[in-house]
Ligand binder design. Sequence first.
Ligand code: ADP
Length: 369
Amino acid sequence: MIPPEMRLAFRVIWGCAGLGGRKRFQETSLEVMDKNSSLGAIDGISELCFSFGVVSDIQYADLEDGYNFLRTRMRYYRYSLHHLEGAIEEWNEESNHLFFVLQLGDIIDGFNAQYKVSEESLQNVLKEFEKLKAPVHHTWGNHEFYNFSRDYLRNSKLNTKFLGDQIAHCPETTPSENYYAYHFAPFPKFRFILLDAYDMSVLGMDQSSPKYQDCMKMLKEKNPNKELNSPQGLSEPQFVQYNGGFSQDQLDWFDAVLTFSDTNQEKVVVVGHVPIHPDCSDDTCLAWNYRDALSVIWSHKCVVCFLAGHTHDGGYCIDTHGVHHITLEGVIETPPESQAFGTVHVYPDKMVLKGRGRVPDRIMYYKKD
Ligand SMILES: Nc1ncnc2c1ncn2[C@@H]1O[C@H](COP(=O)(O)OP(=O)(O)O)[C@@H](O)[C@H]1O
C-alpha cells in the first residue's frame, strides 16, 4: 500500500518514464553526487528513483550520560532525542524524494521501565517523529521488550503493519499475526521486508505460553551460564537473552515473499533489528538462527541488502552471494558533536547510503543477473 501522502508523488514519478521519475529526479541525483566526494566518484548519470531514511538505536531516556555494560562506550541517553530532532530536520529538507524512514528498533532505553516512565518517554520520541513529512516504519528491538509486552506493542503506534502491502492473488505472502513482520512496495519493482528478530525470544512474551517455554528451553540448552545475558564460554555466542531469532513460520512466509519478488523481478531490502552476518557484527549480537535467515536469502536472487542495528558500533560486509549487510551506528552512542543517521538513494543499478556523522557512505551495487 502506498501511504496517502506519497500517492501524488508516486503518480508523478510513475507517469514520467520506465523505472520511475527519471526527469523529475535527475537534478536531485546530480546534486547528491556533487555534495560528497566519495559518492561523486560514481558516474552521476544514473537516475534517482526514490530515497528513504534510516536510523537506529535511539534508546532515549531522560537520564545522565552513562556507560554500556562493558564500560567501553558512553551512552548519551538525553541527547539522543536532539540527534533525532536534527535527523528529522534534514530529512524534511529532502522530502521531495524521501518516501519513508526506517526506524531500526530500540527507540527508548530499557532504563525507562525501571523508572516507570516508558510510556512518557515513548511519547516524547514519537512527538519528534510526528514532525517528519514522510511515514515511519518501526522495527522492534530488545529495548522495546524491556519496556513493553508484545501485546502492548501490537496496539501501539510502534505497530506500523498497517503500512504493509497485500498481494491478493498470493495469500502465502500475507504475514501471520504471530510475529511482527510485513512487506511493502513503495515504488515499482522495489520491495521492503521488515522481519521480527524477537519472534523466537524470551523477551516481552507471556511466560505461561508454550512458545516462551520452548524459547527458554532452547536458550538454556545453548547457554548454560547462570546469567543468560552473558556469552562467556559459548561456542555460539549469539545465544544470549538480549538477542532473538526467527520462527520457522516466519521464515516460510519470508521465503514466500522472496519467491514472489524473484518472479516479479523486484529488488528487495530486508530490515531487522538484529544483524544476520558475522562479518558485519560482533558475534554476541547476531540473531540466534541467523544462518537460517541467510539460507532463505541465499536461495533467492532478489535481495540487495539487509539493514540492521543493535550493535551500536556499526558494520558492513558483502556476503558470498553478493548481498550487502549494513549494521547502522546507534544514535545512543553518538556524542553531541556528531550524528548517526542516513539517507539511502535508490537508483536503477544501485543503492547509495549517504551517511551523516558516524554513519559512513556506502554504495551497494545490485548483483548481475
Ligand atoms: N557480557 C555480559 N554479561 C552479562 N550481562 C550482560 C553482558 N552484556 C550485556 N549484558 C546485559 O544485557 C542487557 C543488554 O545489554 P546492553 O548492552 O544494555 O544491550 P543494548 O546494547 O541492546 O543496549 C543489559 O541488562 C546488560 O547489563
